[in-house]
Design a protein around this ligand. Structure first.
Ligand SMILES: C[S@@+](CC[C@H](N)C(=O)[O-])C[C@H]1O[C@@H](n2cnc3c(N)ncnc32)[C@H](O)[C@@H]1O
Length: 372
């Protein structure tokens, strides 16, 4: 019943929706009896509703009361039929956005009839979602580590997997801070910052921490700066435009370097969801045929930019962790190379440490041992 002539995007209904919304009670006159009023069943059991009676008499033009509940159910069914992965959640978020309400408020008023302006606002959002535009771009923001980040098609939508990197970074920052003199600040770098999700979250979670963040995209950096303002950390995050470390001073060294670089292979393009393939910025996604071009460059250069004892954390694609670990292990300046699994059990985070000056490298120790 929710598709076809009931589709709020279709012509006949659009005409009906121009009527003022007094459709909750529908006048029915039939069979020579006096006019009677039938209340539309709140559960929309059409067999007992005035809608049903009208549908029997006037067919296509039966009136439909588009309550919040009804539009949510209709959208969820429509989205599900189009292969959208989280149809009900998407419906909720889009209706909340169209109505300027949060979900609690939305659920408190499920049987409220929607007026035409509200339906028009919802209709525009449904049309965009049907074209598989990510909900985050439609509503202009995405939750990351319990904060709302502005997003636009200039930046990748921050992913929950990246929260794993933030968790680990916060843990390692705690250890690094504990190991140095109180008051000596830690320098932190977020490479390929995009919306600034990692840098801004670390700054917000650790007041007093100062960070640098880089990206190749000027538009992405503009979004990241707005996110830093939004979360009150703009004073503590410096943004630089350039290729990897290029925009930084040659002598800059960091206690922690985090990176979520592009790592999707061009060869995987056709297998991507349309939301990703057709809407997210290619610069944020792809890195050569196997997805490892930028990670290879990073692995070859990152040790140079770490302080002795400094830590690197890279998010990688599923199936890439072993290769990235191998690349890092080739650099004798790095040690403690390991990967971490995400909640789905995939190794998506690679970590390593630059050897401390005080501790001789394993290779050096082995060499010394051999000399003795
Ligand atoms: C996967 S997105 C990361 C977004 C963000 N860090 C996050 O976790 O949501 C990768 C970002 O890297 C940037 N990028 C791509 N190639 C780059 C390069 N060579 N140097 C610096 N940034 C680059 C893209 O513009 C994009 O914003």
């Amino acid at each position: 019943m929710l598709g076809g002539s009931h589709d709020p995007l279709s012509g006949p209904l659009r005409r009906q929706l121009r009527r003022p919304f007094s459709l909750k009670y529908t006048k029915y006159s039939g069979g020579g009896r006096p006019c009677i009023w039938h209340r539309i069943d709140p559960d929309h059991r059409l067999s007992t509703s005035a809608e049903y009676i009208e549908s029997q008499t006037v067919g296509e033009t039966q009136p439909v009361t588009w309550t919040v509940r009804r539009i949510l159910a209709w959208m969820a069914e429509d989205f599900a039929g189009r292969g959208i992965v989280s149809p009900r959640l998407d419906a909720d978020l889009l209706v909340c956005h169209a109505l300027g309400q949060d979900r609690v408020r939305l659920y408190m008023d499920l049987d409220r009839p929607l007026d035409e302006a509200e339906l028009a606002a919802i209709r525009g959002r449904v049309a965009r979602r049907r074209r598989r535009e990510p909900v985050a771009y439609i509503v202009g923001q995405k939750e990351f580590y319990l904060r709302a980040f502005e997003v636009s098609p200039a930046v990748l939508v921050p992913r929950p997997e990246t929260e794993l990197l933030v968790d680990r970074a916060l843990q390692r920052l705690g250890e690094l801070q504990a190991a140095r003199d109180a008051g000596a600040p830690l320098r932190v770098l977020d490479l390929c910052t995009g919306s600034g999700a990692i840098a801004v979250t670390l700054a917000a979670e650790r007041p007093g921490l100062a960070l640098d963040a880089t990206d190749m995209s000027a538009e992405a950096l503009a979004t990241a700066r707005r996110n830093a303002e939004r979360h009150g950390v703009a004073e503590r995050v410096r943004f630089f435009e350039g290729d990897l470390f290029e925009a930084l001073e040659s002598g800059d060294r960091y206690a922690l370097i985090a990176a979520n670089p592009p790592y999707v292979g061009e060869s995987e393009r056709d297998a991507l969801e349309p939301e990703v393939r057709d809407h997210e910025p290619p610069l944020a996604l792809f890195s050569g045929a196997d997805g490892l071009v930028l990670l290879r460059r990073l692995c070859a250069t990152v040790a140079e930019r770490l302080e002795p004892g400094g830590v690197l954390l890279f998010e990688v694609g599923a199936g890439q962790a072993a290769t990235v670990c191998e690349l890092l292990e080739r650099d004798g300046r790095l040690c403690e190379v390991r990967s971490h699994r995400d909640l789905a059990g995939h190794e998506r985070l690679v970590e390593a440490r630059r050897r401390s000056l005080s501790k001789p490298s394993a290779t050096a120790s082995a060499a010394n041992a051999r000399k003795m």
